[in-house]
Design a protein around this ligand. Structure first.
Ligand code: AQP
Length: 348
């Protein structure tokens, strides 16, 4: 992967005629997003809408690789869609849709499964982690998750994929699949680049800073959710695991403090050096309180907007239907091209 493209949208003057195409998605599990999802990915989605042509999606087909309660999945999908809009995705500027509404995703995924090697999928760390976590349900979908993700991205001829650091490996595989397919059949897919933020690309658990902050963590103190009330957010930060020193400084071995500095930096825009200066001589208690309050303030308008959107189901329905229609229109073109190239007899 070309690291130089990380956190760098091609300057307008480099590509005057065409705006870059952006695609990304998020799972609806739990109906909320974690602070990691928000800072690592979703917060950036809205920022790209003016300079790029963006498509953003709630990936409910990915979600069923882990067993879901059907009623909960349905409810959480709508909630995640509303939250995506509340985080800044504007359905008038971006294509905002739900994955299962657009049939081309599953259709291209099947084709790409046939151009993805067993060995490649076996090396995916997410598959290893999730199969260890769900040992009673290591299904084929969990294994082929990256081919569906490649289909999501490649269908839109995507240039940039804003994701957290944990998705880098999947994105490299999507690039390899695109290059392989293009090599066999001629130029079919744009080869995408990751767009990974410089700060907050990997937010760690507040209870165990050696682990990624994750929706499914059983420890309720580990994960801050975007929809948590402000008092809960502050409380979770106050309980964050740090170290036995008392110096707010970004340094190897201080995983807990490094994580809090990254979060504070992403939310306030201050650099690590400025944060260190501001908290020189102050204890961890003051710092944790400040981080908690800053995060609660950052998320307050998101939560308010979400609550407002959830009261208007008809509007949400109109948005996701419109988004699916537009997504189908663009993605069908790529799928048609693929079917033609691989020799599927046309229907008409
Ligand atoms: N901790 C994180 N820090 C930064 N970015 C993160 N992302 C996820 N966790 C972090 C980014 O969020 C986007 C959506 O991710 P997803 O829908 O694939 O969610 P996930 O990886 O399944 O999230 P979880 O919280 O880890 O869920 P569970 O617990 O179900 O496995 C992606 O861009 C991802 O990089």
């Amino acid at each position: 992967m070309n690291e130089s493209t990380q956190a760098a949208v091609p300057a307008a003057e480099e590509k005057p005629a065409k705006k870059p195409i952006v695609f990304s998605g998020i799972q609806p599990t739990s109906g909320s997003f974690t602070l990691g999802n928000y800072l690592g990915a979703v917060k950036n989605w809205g920022k790209l809408q003016d300079d790029c042509n963006c498509a953003y999606c709630i990936v409910n087909q990915h979600a069923i690789t882990v067993r879901q309660n059907p009623q909960e999945l349905k409810k959480n999908t709508l909630s995640a869609y509303a939250l995506m809009l509340a985080c800044g995705v504007d359905p008038d500027k971006s294509i905002a849709f739900i994955q299962s509404h657009v049939k081309t995703h599953a259709e291209l995924a099947w084709v790409l499964n046939c151009y993805t090697q067993f060995g490649e999928l076996s090396r995916m760390t997410q598959f290893k982690d999730k199969s260890a976590k769900h040992a009673d349900n290591i299904n084929a979908g969990l294994f082929t998750y990256p081919s569906l993700m490649a289909a999501d991205i490649l269908l839109y001829q995507t240039n940039l994929v804003p994701v957290g650091n944990d998705q880098k490996q999947h994105l490299e595989l999507a690039r390899d699949i695109a290059l392989r397919f293009n090599g066999l059949y001629g130029n079919t897919f744009t080869v995408p680049e990751a767009y990974i933020p410089q700060t907050a690309a990997r937010i760690m658990s507040l209870a165990d800073p050696s682990k990624k902050m994750s929706k499914s963590d059983e420890n309720t103190n580990a994960t801050v959710f975007v929809l948590d009330p402000p008092e809960t957010i502050v409380k979770k930060f106050k309980r964050a695991i740090t170290d036995s020193e008392a110096e707010v400084v970004y340094r190897e071995g201080k995983d807990g403090i490094n994580n809090l500095i990254s979060i504070y930096s992403a939310v306030t825009g201050l650099t690590a050096e400025q944060i260190q200066q501001d908290f020189a001589g102050k204890g961890y208690g003051d710092f944790k309180q400040a981080v908690g309050e800053a995060v609660a303030e950052e998320l307050r308008p998101v939560r308010e907007k979400y609550e407002q959107l959830m009261k208007d189901k008809a509007y949400l329905e109109e948005c996701y239907r419109g988004g699916a229609d537009k997504a189908l229109h663009f993605s069908q073109r790529t799928l048609d091209k693929v079917y033609k190239k691989i020799g599927f007899l046309p229907y008409k």
